[in-house]
Design a protein around this ligand. Structure first.
Ligand code: PGA
Length: 253
């Protein structure tokens, strides 16, 4: 069964009363097939992970993610954080390939594949973001771009530790969401790509989530689509109430 995954990406923001936010989420009752992940800025990882209860008997565990790692394990890279440092904090997820990293920090496929290797070598789960720009969509290049971005996954034996987030760049932080049918078309393309490059079982079990101006209103139509397994939420995730309503979209549609 494909897991539903809802990720709050706080980016370089901190919701007011973030301790209360995390405590409340860790007490939330959700379907046993749902994973909730909160991607917090580096300095708060330790505290966030401590607040969130890691009770292995609960299936609705709330997990903490980092928003980035470096390609190297250690060395003279001022300001950077390695995967081993995340392991020391017992962090089990990391976002890699976010369009803001691609755009503002010039991360390309070569860098992204190294980061995915670092994470998966250490058994850390990866939230791998892909998506086309508005220009690329207008020029009908969406599927070529996605094929290129997905291509780096071929280096890996399996996708056991990968969640794919389809985030059209034109929808991130703009208030313009892909329609549920636009998103479904791409998600089903991604699932077919996995089927063709891995196998049927991998295609069925890999969570493919949508990101880009997800909110309390549009999430219902999105998660109703057969190939959309949850959301990666930026702006709306800064509000506990909004993010909780988004998570509840699969429980109470
Ligand atoms: P947004 O961000 O929900 O604010 O559009 C999504 C993301 O960047 O992951």
């Amino acid at each position: 069964m494909t897991k539903n995954v809802f990720i709050a990406n706080w980016k370089m923001n901190l919701p007011s009363g973030f301790e209360f936010y995390l405590e409340s989420l860790s007490k939330l009752t959700v379907s046993s097939n749902t994973t909730i992940i909160i991607a917090v800025p580096f300095p708060y990882l330790y505290q966030a992970n401590k607040i969130v209860t890691h009770d292995t008997t609960r299936s609705d565990e709330v997990m903490i993610a980092a928003q980035n790692i470096h390609t190297k394990l250690k060395g003279a890279y001022t300001g950077e954080v390695s995967i081993d440092m995340l392991k020391d904090l017992d962090i089990q997820y990391v976002i890699i390939g976010h369009s803001e990293r691609r755009q503002y920090f010039y991360e390309d496929n070569t860098i992204i594949v190294k980061k995915i290797e670092q994470a998966t070598n250490k058994n850390i789960n990866v939230i791998f973001c892909i998506g086309e720009t508005s220009d690329e969509r207008q020029k009908n290049k969406t599927f070529d771009i996605l094929t290129d971005q997905l291509g780096i996954l071929k280096r890996f034996e399996n996708l056991d530790r990968i969640i794919i987030a389809y985030e059209p760049v034109w929808a991130i932080g703009t208030g313009v969401t892909a329609t549920s049918s636009q998103a479904q078309e791409v998600h089903s393309f991604i699932r077919r790509w996995i089927m063709n490059n891995f196998d049927n079982n991998t295609a069925e079990t890999t969570s493919i989530i949508y990101g880009g101006s997800v909110n309390e209103e549009n999430i219902y139509d999105l998660v109703k689509q057969p190939d959309i397994n949850g959301g990666l939420v930026g702006g709306a995730s800064l509000s506990l109430q909004k993010f909780t309503n988004i998570i509840n979209s699969v429980v109470d549609p």
